[in-house]
Design a protein around this ligand. Structure first.
Ligand code: ZN
Ligand code: ZN
Length: 413
């Protein structure tokens, strides 16, 4: 261990208040809140940051929280945690399971908030070891892709200054104690698309008087499978999933319309544009073939941008993580098909590093079948699963990743 950042990070996190942080985590886990309704969570976070010496503002872009600590000359470093939970009924059986029916912290954002609190406390307590400005952000509504953009639009950077660099981290499945980093594209873009097929309704016994949108929708779903299989190069990564199809009311009524909802995952704007064009063409073609009375409506809905780490920033953070946790714990898993709205905080040009922290409890990991990491990952609960339950042993390491990452970018004596 050589770098001042790694040495200082270990000093500042040597005596973390682990019991209090675990209490905070269990409290947040018991009280999950849906996107844009993170009032209690935001309050808890702001209260802790204020107590640690941060100047805080709440209600940014809805329920967003920011805490700033100006500590002399040096870079402005933003650390981000998302705060929202999901409409999932928890089935972990944990003593601190959700007390809100049908809502669960199934993506680990409760852990992210806990990590951010721990890092804020440690960095504030050790402020004589570094200089610069820390901007800690509790972001609402990551799951719906709204929160980061809303905070920026609500003047986050006008109020606190534009950061020089952003850091974010996410809990993922995998044996607790690994810190995957990808220098470049790490998360994919996500695009929702809705298609309405207009047919002509009528009696089920007289199809000749109708244009059946159910049959057209069925062809459409099948044909859409060729967008990835036949129109996208093997070297490109893309996913097209039809997640919902809806038509009709009764057995013997041919409805007048059918609705299809699908989602795309892409890693380049060119591929995304090509897929959207193919979807439009196929929808129009199928409707034309069926003799639909009107063209189909194809609308693009919610989108998440790609998350592309700045190579230099990510290398610096990965290097300090290697020093703090051991070189073998940091590796490049390649880009994921999942999506994030973290990069909206970059407001077009701020460099950032975003990495993963594996959180599967060791006994669960050991009991899972498989010969290597990839095989075993198929068997453990993933984010958004009603069984997703990060191990409490990851509370302190997730604080250390943030503290060391921040120190690698701040000015350390
Ligand atoms: Zn999620
Ligand atoms: Zn998440």
């Amino acid at each position: 261990m050589t770098s001042p950042a790694a040495r200082t990070a270990l000093e500042l996190t040597a005596d973390l208040p682990v019991a209090a942080l675990e209490d905070l985590y269990r409290d947040l886990h018991r009280h999950p809140e849906l996107s844009m309704a993170e009032h209690r969570t935001a309050g808890r976070l702001a209260e802790r940051l204020r107590a640690a010496g941060f100047e805080t503002v709440e209600g940014i872009g809805g329920t967003g929280v920011a805490g700033v600590l100006r500590n002399g000359d040096g870079p402005v470093v933003l650390l981000r945690a998302d705060m929202d939970a999901l409409p999932v009924a928890e089935r972990t059986g944990l003593p601190y399971a959700s007390e809100t029916d049908g809502v669960m912290h199934a993506c680990g954002h409760d852990l992210h908030v806990t990590w951010l609190v721990g890092a804020g406390q440690a960095l504030a307590a050790g402020r004589e070891t570094w200089s610069g400005t820390l901007l800690l952000v509790g972001q609402p509504a990551e799951e719906t892709g709204q929160g980061a953009a809303r905070m920026v639009a609500d003047g986050l950077y006008e109020r606190f200054g534009r950061p020089d660099v952003l850091l974010g981290q996410h809990a993922v499945p995998g044996p607790a104690g690994l810190y995957p980093h990808v220098p470049g594209l790490i998360m994919s873009a996500s695009t929702d698309v809705d298609i309405v097929v207009h047919g002509r309704g009528g009696h089920g016994s007289r199809p000749e008087t109708t244009v059946d949108p159910v049959v057209t929708a069925a062809y459409l779903v099948t044909r859409l499978q060729t967008v990835v299989a036949r129109e996208t190069a093997a070297a490109e990564s893309a996913v097209l999933t039809v997640g919902r199809i809806e038509a009709g009311t009764r057995h013997n009524i041919i409805p007048s319309e059918a609705r299809i909802a699908l989602n795309l995952r892409t890693q380049s704007e060119t591929v995304r544009a090509r897929m959207l064009a193919a979807i439009r063409r196929i929808a129009q073609g199928e409707c034309l073939a069926a003799g639909c009375p009107r063209e189909p409506e194809v609308t693009v809905g919610a989108t998440f941008p790609v998350t592309v780490n700045d190579m230099d920033t990510d290398r610096r953070v990965a290097a300090v993580h290697g020093e703090v946790f051991g070189a073998a714990t940091v590796f490049d898993p390649g880009p994921a098909m999942g999506s994030e709205d973290f990069s909206e905080l970059a407001a077009g040009s701020i460099p950032y590093a975003y990495w993963f922290v594996t959180t599967t409890p060791p006994p669960v990991w050991e009991a899972t079948e498989g010969t290597d990491l990839k095989e075993k990952l198929q068997g453990v609960p993933s984010n958004h699963s009603p069984h997703f339950a990060p191990d409490l042993s990851t509370v302190a390491p997730g604080v250390r990743t943030l503290v060391s990452g921040a120190l690698a970018l701040l000015s350390v004596a």
